[in-house]
Design a protein around this ligand. Sequence first.
Ligand code: PAF
Length: 279
Amino acid sequence: MIVTAEISEVRLTRWAAPAATWGLVPTMGYLHEGHLSLVRRARAENDRLAASIYVNPTQFAPHEDLATYPRDLARDLALLEAEGVDLVFTPGDEVMYPAGFQTYVQVEQLTRPLEGASRPTHFRGVTTVVAKLFNVIQPTRAYFGQKDAQQSVVIRRMAADLNFNVEVIVCPIVREADGLAMSSRNARLTPEQRQQASVLHEALYTAMTALLDGEQDGDALRAIMGQTVQTRSLARLDYASAADPLTLQELSQVRGDVLFSLAVFFGNVRLIDNLLVTR
Ligand code: PAF
């Protein structure tokens, strides 16, 4: 496995096998089973496999958790090596955002609701770094997790709009035994917060059950999620949404497919989760 922080070495490695199909799993490190499910699928579907580990500062607002975002490069590299990854790109900020950097990629409407409403600069950072990773690595296929549902929709849009020759593949959420979606941020929860954090999953399933029992009113379904979250003393709801899975606009009536999603704070740890119901 080649591990490098240098763009020139990534390019040399990638183009040493020009005819091979290359998979890419972009990550911010502190890998868990969710990431590894992407790595395994990408390993199975491509001749060569690249991963990136980079905690991208432009997708964090100044008050967010960039400084405390969990990191463990040695462990991450051991996990990736065990999965048969060929190339790991571990750039520093000076490689990704050298002095004078001033070009950003911005997807418009799709980034405004949901995560974008709470984190207005977040997706500009995500699409900028992912566009750079696509350009540097030039993968055949790139793999993302459904846990970041809006991110997946936004990256698909960007790849289509900018004619990236990359197939964007979205993989299912991997959950802990109590339903909590796997996330690197789960490591920052106290034991009490961790115990209550399964409420995100519970709220999503409560809304789905209500929908399947005949509740089609969007406000009522959003309220059900909010009320479920409120049953846990340490949880603070950021948003609860019942939206169109393609446009991400809130639905007043749910008659077809719906993306239930929510963001909840436990102290200063912000967790997200979602459930796509297709009918
Ligand atoms: O999903 C993530 O971990 C990040 O947003 C990504 C796609 C690696 C970009 O920094």
